[in-house]
Every structure is written in structure tokens, then in C-alpha cells.
Ligand binder design. Structure first.
Ligand code: CMC
Length: 426
């Protein structure tokens, strides 16, 4: 009978090892027994950027990158985007099951009753330059929350953790909307518990503006938050887990995860796509732009993904949601350029050979822009949706007995030992 093991032969010493396989994976630590001499450290695996390393076992999000499948807790993303709402999806991600009506009402109430940001936070917001990047302010403000909730560092206390999860889900959108209002010289709008999560966010930004709070727009915002809510061990979720593994309070970990999201290769791509489409300007410029991409002078932002080697299912859902927004706001003039860019790119050998397809960020910015949201706020919206996923990853980490402080190894390539030289002799 076939055995669930891997046999390795170390040709340096002609020695054979048999290593257990679980879920088509071997434990990197099993390699440590492979050594030439007893006093050696033992073999490691080298995996820059973790392209082929599983850092945890997780029951939250499933992705099949070849087939373009994404599920939260087993539920297909398309069904959740169509029928659920952001608060329900947050509960699903964090606690593992869709809530019944009573559970949902309690969850909603717990979030709403924790939505008073500490008053001094508003003074901190006033101190930021109005032209500051909203991601810089969000990262700072989430970290600042930890100073007002010092008990949050008691991460072995489930009640305390639940309270801080509720505060983060409630307050991250408030921090974002309050800074937006400050940047526009407008008065801050407090949260309104009679509104849904998405409508409340839009209302705190746009203060009852009926066009910007149209049901189609609220619905699209809700879908966008759901589509961004989790994506298994991506860069920011890994940061959430890495920072969380040293056991600080969750505000510090979420702030660190948001910093990871900020970059243009991750959540910052939505902003970069809009800048790119703005630079292309007309359909006539697409050819020369794609030539530059193929010469590796620039990247086609919003394309490509570490895991998806097929169309990102989130991008499909976003394309659908776009129509209902454009029906209210009128078509975004950059949409035609985006559609043509996509269609030409998908037919070219460079993109076909590398399995490069639009990702979640290719179309999301066009919707946000049509909703009247400034480009610099796009990644902040991603962070608001993703907060639930980060917290779900953090909660799972805390309950995983196999996890310890994250501490990768290195292959040292620097100098051997050498003596200090006085500055006068250098
Ligand atoms: N434009 C042009 N070429 C690309 C692109 C792109 N957007 N993405 C990948 N490639 C090329 C890359 O140059 C490489 O070519 P070669 O084999 O000749 O060296 C090949 O495709 C494989 O790419 P890679 O860089 O090894 O892939 P990766 O898994 O390390 O990077 C990525 C994934 C998302 C960082 C990358 O595709 C990228 O930079 N995309 C643009 C930024 C972007 O849209 N990011 C949002 C990701 S989805 C939202 C999120 O969850 O963050």
C-alpha cells in the first residue's frame, strides 16, 4: 500500500530519511534531522517571500487560485456578496458560522454600543495635516486607540478580546470618515445606529447627501466591504499574525496590518490603478502603455496575483456591482479605458504566458471614484473591509496551540568575525 511519506536521500553522506506528509505538506522542522555531522544545525528550507510555505492551519478562507474560487468559511464569495451584508460576514469570519437573527441582533448591538471613539482621538485628528495620506492617519489612529484601552493587552481574556474586536469593527470606519471630513474642512459626523454598516460609513463621510447615499451606492459599498473582508494568508494578514504572535494588544496588530496593506503591491493597488488610468488618458495611449509593461518599465496595476492564476472572482463581482453604481452616477469616463486595457491585455502573449488577470483592485477604484470618494481614500476603504478578516486571523492564531512567536531563520551571507577598527583608521 502507498505510504503517506516522502523519502529523501542526502547524497552528501548517502543517507535516507522518511518524512511524514500531511495535506500534501511536509513539516519544515522535519528537515532539521538532515545533517552531515552531529554538531550541524540541520537542513532548513529557503523560501523568500513565502511563495511555497504554509505558516498556519486555517479554517477561515479557502482559495483555489487555478479555478478562481474564493470562499469564506465554506460559503462562495459570490453568494455572500449577493445576499449577505458586511456585519453578518464579519461575524461569519470571526466566529465561524452565519449568525441566526438573535445572534445577529446581539452582534449588531455590541458593535453599535462600542462606537464612541475616545474624545481625545478627535483632537489627534485635528492635528493631522489636511493633505496627509489617509492611510498614514488610519495607521496612527488605530495604534493610538490602544493607549485608550490599556486592558486590551490582556489577550488571554476572551471577554476582553471580544470587546476589542467590537470596538475595532465599530471604530475603524469612524476614524476613516472623521479624517476624511477633517481633510475637507467639514464638521465631523457622528455614527448613526439607525443605519446599516455601509450606509453609516457613507453618511459619516457625506452627511445625508441623498445622491451619495442612494440605495444602489450603499449596496455597492456593502458588497465591496464583503469582497475585501478576508483573503487568507496575504501580506497584511501575515503581518497581523506575525505581530499578534508576540502578543501585543489587537490595536497594535491591526495598525501593523494596515501598514502592510498600504503598499501599492497590496491594498494600495486600487489607488495606483486610478493614477495609471489617469496617466493613460485616451484609448490611443493603451498600446504604448502595454509596450512599456512588456518591456518591464512599468506594471499593469490591478493585474496579477500571487495565488490566482485565473480571473479573480472578486473582480467579477465588482464588475457586476459597477453597473448599478454607474446607473446612478453616470459612467466613469475611465471605464472605457479600463475595459479596453483589460481586453487587449488578456489577448496578449505576455499576460497569457504569466496567467495575469484583473484582480480585485482593477475595477474597485472606478466605483469608488464614481461614488465621489477621493483616490487617497480607496485603500482606507479596503482596510475597513479587511479589519474583520485581520481580527478573524488573529482570533484563530490565539486559539492555535501550535503557534509560537513568529521567528523566521536566515541564510547568513555577511562577513565572518572581524575586529573593530577605530574611526581614525578607517
Ligand atoms: N504587470 C506586469 N507584469 C506583471 C504583473 C503586472 N501587474 N504582475 C506580475 N507580472 C509579471 C512579473 O514581472 C513576472 O514576470 P517574469 O516571470 O518575466 O519575471 C511574472 O509576472 C510573475 O510575477 P511575480 O512578480 O513573480 O508575481 P508575485 O506573485 O510575486 O506578485 C503581485 C503578485 C500582485 C504583487 C503582482 O502581480 C503585482 O505587482 N501586481 C500589480 C499590483 C497589484 O495589482 N496588486 C494588487 C493585488 S490583489 C489585492 C490584494 O489582495 O492586495
Amino acid at each position: 500500500m502507498a505510504k503517506n511519506t516522502l523519502t529523501l536521500i542526502d547524497n552528501r553522506v548517502d543517507k535516507t530519511y522518511e518524512i511524514e506528509i500531511e495535506s500534501a505538506t511536509i513539516r519544515a522542522k522535519d528537515l532539521r534531522q538532515i545533517k552531515v555531522t552531529e554538531d550541524e544545525f540541520g537542513m532548513m528550507s529557503y523560501d523568500p517571500s513565502f511563495e511555497n510555505t504554509a505558516s498556519c492551519k486555517s479554517g477561515i478562507t479557502f482559495i483555489d487560485g487555478d479555478k478562481g474560487i474564493l470562499r469564506y468559511r465554506g460559503y462562495p464569495i459570490e453568494q455572500l456578496a449577493e445576499s449577505s451584508n458586511q456585519l453578518e460576514v464579519s461575524k461569519l469570519l470571526i466566529d465561524g458560522e452565519l449568525p441566526n437573527e438573535k445572534e445577529f441582533r446581539k452582534w449588531q448591538l455590541d458593535i453599535q454600543s462600542n462606537n464612541a471613539v475616545p474624545e481625545p482621538i478627535k483632537d489627534i485628528i485635528q492635528a493631522f495635516p489636511k493633505n496627509a495620506h489617509p492611510m498614514g492617519t488610519l495607521i496612527s489612529l488605530v495604534a493610538a486607540l490602544s493607549t485608550f484601552y490599556p486592558e486590551a493587552k490582556n489577550i488571554t481574556n476572551d471577554k476582553e478580546n471580544y470587546l476589542n474586536i467590537c470596538r475595532l469593527i465599530a471604530q475603524v470606519p469612524i476614524l476613516a470618515a472623521h479624517f476624511y471630513r477633517h481633510s475637507q474642512n467639514l464638521t465631523l459626523i457622528p455614527p448613526d445606529n439607525s443605519l446599516s454598516y455601509a450606509e453609516n460609513l457613507l453618511n459619516m463621510m457625506f452627511d445625508g447627501d441623498e445622491k451619495k447615499l442612494h440605495p444602489n451606492i450603499v449596496d455597492a459599498m456593502d458588497k465591496l466591504l464583503i469582497l475585501h473582508a478576508d483573503h487568507e494568508q496575504n501580506c497584511s494578514a501575515s503581518v497581523m499574525r506575525n505581530v499578534g504572535s508576540s502578543e501585543p494588544d489587537p490595536y497594535s496588530s491591526v495598525s501593523a496590518a494596515a501598514s502592510a496593506l498600504y503598499g501599492p503591491l497590496h491594498g494600495g493597488a486600487n489607488e495606483a490603478v486610478l493614477e495609471m488610468l489617469g496617466d493613460i488618458q485616451t484609448a490611443d495611449d493603451i498600446r504604448s502603455f502595454l509596450d512599456k509593461v512588456q518591456n518591464k518599465e512599468v506594471k499593469l496595476m490591478g493585474f496579477g496575483h500571487r495565488v490566482y492564476k485565473a480571473y479573480d472572482p472578486r473582480a467579477k463581482c465588482i464588475k457586476k456591482a459597477a453597473d448599478s453604481v454607474f446607473a446612478i452616477t453616470g459612467t466613469n469616463p475611465l471605464l472605457d479605458i479600463a475595459l479596453q486595457l483589460e481586453s487587449i491585455a488578456l489577448s496578449e502573449e505576455y499576460f497569457i504566458a504569466r496567467n495575469l488577470y484583473p484582480n480585485v483592485d482593477f475595477y474597485s477604484g472606478l466605483i469608488y471614484q464614481s461614488m465621489g470618494i477621493p483616490t487617497e481614500m480607496f485603500t482606507v476603504l479596503f482596510a475597513i473591509g479587511r479589519t474583520a478578516g485581520w481580527l478573524a486571523q488573529w482570533k484563530e492564531l490565539l486559539s492555535d496551540d501550535e503557534q509560537k512567536i513568529a521567528r523566521p531563520r536566515q541564510i547568513y551571507t555577511g562577513y565572518g568575525s572581524r575586529n573593530y577598527i577605530d574611526v581614525s583608521k578607517r
